[in-house]
Design a protein around this ligand. Structure first.
Ligand SMILES: NC(=O)c1ccc[n+]([C@@H]2O[C@H](COP(=O)([O-])OP(=O)(O)OC[C@H]3O[C@@H](n4cnc5c(N)ncnc54)[C@H](OP(=O)(O)O)[C@@H]3O)[C@@H](O)[C@H]2O)c1
Length: 376
């Protein structure tokens, strides 16, 4: 805020509580809204009592503000809209929320996070210009966290990449003989399926495909929309009987341009992409998935593929399940060589949430926030 500009009106306890509720509402749709964000909205009457609420359920469905306005009906006039993301100002598949709020006669808007996209941003300015009181940044951190996959994708113009691994305390992901099942216990493995359900795609390299024959679907009682399964298999050697080619979800097998194209069962796809000595161009793969509307990918192995993403600076978050065991130098490292020759070239993260799951530890690591918002 520049000098001389009026201070924003203080946020009331009711608005603060409503924002916490809106963040929880938004989280209900995590994993279902791509290419859109998760958004929650609560409408408060002048006395602070809630008169309507809603959340965005998925692309093509009403935005959170519109759901809340519908629930409130005539009670929206003069109300305060509390919303986790700056109301959009653009005409997409549904109309601009800033206009819907104005049309309903909302007097005040309290939001958490600025919309970083050039096409949807600007809603706050539009509302202010029309005489609505607008306060941004309320519970920003909580709302950012709830929407971090989409916000990271919007800022970088590619899907947010979460690298997930199960390892020992000495950073080994498999024993010398290649066995890796199971390093962690059932609680950690079940949590890995919850993680899958919140991502648009799950990726593995052909090394993991050959050694583990993973299914990459949702199990352990986790329901929801199964993620797109993506396998990087330069030479197209995947077997038709591979579990990842069952009909639980579509699978994309990524091969090098010019490679022989494997014949896949119906419902699955071969995608040919440029390749160099180090493998398939993972930045090009991210660009292609983004073009298809995917906003988050879960990288599930193995060490070589993770190193390819590290080399290109494409790891945004890490979820590590650490077992209280050691395998020693004979075990396989969780991360292959990605070119770090000095401490300065190491891959540094900041610790996020940490908690114990059964006998294991679950750690979330994040890269430092990017300074400038890049347009998508
Ligand atoms: N504990 C865990 O969380 C966990 C998770 C997953 C895997 N694992 C273990 O990890 C081991 C497999 O890992 P891995 O490192 O050998 O194999 P990987 O990373 O799964 O796959 C590497 C292979 O993928 C293909 N590829 C295509 N493009 C690539 C690119 N840009 N960068 C890297 N690879 C690319 C290459 O094979 P082509 O040339 O044939 O295409 C490459 O050899 C297994 O023992 C498995 O059990 C453990």
């Amino acid at each position: 805020m520049s000098a001389g500009e009026a201070q924003p009106p203080a946020v009331t306890p009711a608005e603060h509580d409503a924002m916490a509720r809106a963040v929880r509402l938004a989280a209900t749709a995590l994993g279902h809204t791509s290419p859109n964000p998760v958004v929650g909205c609560v409408l408060l009457a002048r006395d602070g009592s809630p008169v309507g609420e809603g959340y965005h359920r998925g692309a093509g469905q009403p935005h959170a503000e519109v759901e809340a306005l519908r629930a409130a009906g005539a009670r929206a006039r003069g109300a305060t809209a509390v919303v986790t993301l700056e109301p959009c100002a653009h005409q997409g598949r549904t109309g601009p929320c800033a206009e819907a709020l104005l049309h309903a006669g909302v007097a005040r808007v309290v939001y958490a996070v600025d919309d970083p996209t050039p096409q949807a941003g600007g809603g706050a300015a539009r509302l202010r210009a029309a005489g609505v009181q607008v306060v941004g940044g309320v519970l920003r951190e909580e709302a950012e966290r709830g929407n971090e996959l989409w916000l990271t994708a919007a800022r970088h113009g590619r899907p947010c990449v979460t690298w997930k691994f199960a390892g020992t305390l000495d950073g080994r992901t498999a024993a010398a003989d290649g066995t890796s099942r199971w390093i962690t216990g059932s609680a950690a493995r079940a949590d890995g399926h919850v993680l899958r359900a919140t991502h648009d795609a799950v990726l593995v390299g052909s090394g993991t495909l050959r050694s583990d024959d993973p299914h990459l679907g949702l199990r352990h009682g986790v329901t929801g929309r199964p993620p797109l399964r993506v396998v990087l298999d330069r030479t197209g050697g995947i077997r038709r009987e591979a579990r990842v080619l069952d009909d639980a979800a579509p699978t994309v097998v990524v091969v090098a341009e010019g490679a022989r194209l494997p014949l896949l069962p119906h419902g699955h796809e071969v995608l040919a992409l440029p390749c160099d000595a180090q493998g398939i161009d993972v930045a090009e793969l991210m660009a292609e998935l983004y073009r298809r509307g995917l906003r988050s990918v879960l990288l599930e192995g193995g060490a070589k593929l993770a190193a390819a993403f590290a080399r290109r600076g494409l790891l945004d978050r890490t979820v590590a399940y650490l077992a209280p065991m050691f395998l020693g130098a004979g075990g396989r490292a969780v991360l292959d060589d990605f070119g770090a020759m000095s401490l300065a070239q190491g891959l540094r993260f900041r610790f996020g949430e940490m908690h114990q799951l059964g006998d294991d530890m679950r750690l979330v690591l994040r890269t430092a926030p990017q300074p400038a918002a890049e347009a998508r």
